[in-house]
Ligand binder design. Structure first.
Ligand code: SF4
Ligand code: SF4
Ligand code: FES
Length: 243
């Protein structure tokens, strides 16, 4: 099976992007975009469809098993994992570009540190090390499956790098802790969730069908909203009635 890979390239942050195409012939019917990128970069001399020599294609990967989220990119216009995207389902010409919500470092590599920055500001890492219950609920277990790949942020109309809103990539780790945490710190976490997730989310659910980890983001968000917003508001309403 012959595929043309049309790749949006950029040598560095400073340089202008340009399109470059390569032909890849897969022997394996299960070959994924990651297989093609590895094979192209393994060639002794990489040449494009015009016969010009090309630099190796820069992209990120680690597990190649849909477990780390590193290989997220835009494939035929949709955010997806390269190791989870079979060429057989993508047509004879496949376009590849970097995630567009994050600054490009080079070719298909983006700087996704803004996602971690939101979690740092919400103190998610510190909280995760402290007061979590020993038995994990189903909701917490599912939320822990977030790969931090950023695919949901790519299609989220409300997320922008450096903004206050953390999107689903912040909602899920926070939701896991909301589900697990008791005692001191929980109220502060709920406040952070309201500020960094609930208030910025337009509830459009554009992110509902995009998660490559297959997480039911709608269910997880409804659960966290219930804990952080509706129960809190109920409590305030009751208080108002008491006075
Ligand atoms: S529901 Fe809409 S606004 Fe909220 S995280 Fe998903 S895509 Fe973004
Ligand atoms: S919710 Fe899904 S799409 Fe969003 S960062 Fe986590 S794994 Fe990726
Ligand atoms: S390389 Fe880890 S998810 Fe693709």
């Amino acid at each position: 099976m012959k595929t043309e890979l049309r790749i949006l390239r950029r040598r560095s942050r400073e340089e202008e992007p340009f399109w470059q195409s390569f032909i890849y012939e897969a022997e394996d019917a299960n070959a994924a975009v990651s297989t093609a990128l590895n094979a192209l970069n393994s060639r002794e001399e990489l040449t494009d469809t015009e016969g010009r020599r090309a630099d190796p294609i820069r992209w990120e990967c680690s597990c190649l098993q849909k477990k780390c989220g590193a290989c997220a990119m835009v494939i035929n216009g949709r955010p997806a994992l390269a190791c989870d995207s079979k060429l057989s389902g993508l047509g004879p010409v496949v376009t590849l570009g970097p995630l567009r919500k994050f600054p490009v470092i080079a070719d298909l590599i983006t700087d996704r540190s803004a996602m971690r920055e939101v979690l740092r500001e919400m103190k998610i890492f510190l909280r995760a090390q402290t007061e979590v219950s020993e038995s994990m609920t189903d909701i917490a277990y599912e939320a822990s499956g977030c790969l931090q790949c950023g695919c949901c942020l790519e299609i989220c109309p409300n997320f922008c790098t450096g903004g206050k809103f953390g999107g689903m990539a912040a909602a899920l780790p926070a939701g896991r802790l909301i589900e697990e945490m008791d005692g001191e710190g929980r109220e502060e976490l709920l406040k952070e969730y309201r500020k960094r997730v609930y208030e910025g989310c337009g509830k459009s659910l554009a992110c509902r069908d995009i998660c490559p980890a297959g997480l039911d983001v709608e269910k997880l968000m409804v659960n966290s909203n219930a804990a952080a917003v509706w129960k809190a508001l109920d409590f305030l309403r009751k208080k108002r009635h008491e006075v």
